[in-house]
Design a protein around this ligand. Structure first.
Ligand code: NDP
Length: 314
């Protein structure tokens, strides 16, 4: 196991929060590394057009936005490593040194940590869904939609993500079923109105998936109407899950205080966790706003909080 000198800041995660924290800490001349983790660029790399990020009047693609964040962090000398932090040993003391371990068994020592690991897509938990992951079962229309050109797919969920994915797929596919378990959407009214105008998008309320059918690839789904318990089989080539996310806190959960849904609890009006010198930013500590702009803002806050911590101000 190799051990490096002591860093000022290790940033774990590479979404808007992680890169914003890297831009601010690098500009403050802190000695830092950002570990990108298993999903470089975070959730935005699975999005199509981002229309609401300030500074891009014509909109920007999610992957391009993240590439821009990365380049900006690198311009100020942030060291970015394509590795994942697998475990941590946080010091419980103010001014203590934290130890983080990479997948290559490297031990990294640091005075400060910013956790920006975001959140991951949820699955239904069906055995058949697990078996057909990557063989027709997907959580990312932008990544996989291309493979379903001219085909029939189903999207599960009633939130903004589900509607966004369904609308994206409706441009590529001959038909899209949108299955919502309740009698109404959770998505914003604006998104609902847009979705309702799409002719090849067929919305089924009160419907749940019971089984994904197919030997090697998805061929159909068995669904149930949860009001009258009637079952039917819908022939589909792809199944896109858009039923929310869970925070990526497994690595930290034994040491960091989490809420009942697994999100990191930060001190009011700051990014401080229960451990001195460890801060959290972005979706990993935000189950409410979850926007690129709010994540970026909290990444900036974490960098400033960490800087003050190192100066002994708080
Ligand atoms: P949400 O939590 O908002 O919605 C999840 C949806 O999935 C709900 O309709 C929920 O149903 C349904 N669901 C959950 N579990 C299951 C299950 N096991 N079976 C069937 N359906 C299930 O998540 P989103 O990812 O849609 O959105 C997250 C946040 O990101 C929101 O705040 C959203 O507004 C925001 N967002 C904004 C966008 C934009 O502004 N362009 C784009 C995408 C997301 P139920 O209602 O019954 O709980």
């Amino acid at each position: 196991m190799s051990v490096h000198s002591i860093f000022d800041c290790i940033i774990v995660g590479s979404g808007p929060a992680g890169y914003s924290a890297a831009i601010y800490t690098a500009r403050a001349d802190l000695k830092l590394i950002l570990y990108v983790g298993p999903e470089p660029g975070g959730q935005l790399t699975t999005t199509t057009e981002v229309d609401n990020y300030p500074g891009y009047p014509q909109g920007v693609s999610g992957p391009q936005l993240m590439e821009d964040f990365k380049k900006q962090a690198e311009r100020f000398g942030a060291l970015i490593k394509e590795q994942t932090i697998m475990s941590v040993e946080f010091s419980g003391k103010k001014g203590g040194v934290h130890k983080l371990y990479t997948e290559n068994q490297e031990q990294i020592q640091t005075k400060g940590v910013i956790i920006a690991t975001g959140a991951s897509a949820k699955y239904l938990g069906l055995e058949s869904e697990e078996r057909l992951k990557g063989a027709g079962v997907s959580t990312c229309a932008t990544c996989d939609g291309f493979f379903y050109k001219g085909k029939v797919v189903a999207v599960i969920g009633g939130g903004d993500t589900a509607l966004e994915e369904a609308m994206y797929l409706s441009k590529l596919c001959s038909k899209v079923y949108l299955l919502v378990r309740k009698g109404q959407f959770k998505a914003s009214k604006a998104m609902q109105h847009r979705a309702e105008r799409i002719s090849n998008l067929e919305i089924h309320f009160h419907h749940e998936v019971k089984e994904v059918l197919g030997e090697k690839f998805v061929e159909a789904i068995r669904v149930i109407n949860n009001q009258n318990q009637q079952e039917k089989t819908l022939p589909v080539d792809g199944l896109f899950l858009a039923i929310g996310h869970h925070p990526n806190t497994d690595v930290f959960k034994r040491q960091i205080t989490l809420d009942s849904s697994g999100y990191i609890i930060t001190e009011k009006a700051s990014t401080k966790t229960n451990i001195p010198g460890v801060f959290a930013a972005g979706d990993v500590q935000d189950s409410i706003y979850r926007q690129a702009i709010t994540s970026a803002g909290s990444g900036c806050m974490a960098a400033l909080d960490l800087e003050r911590y190192l100066l002994g101000i708080n």
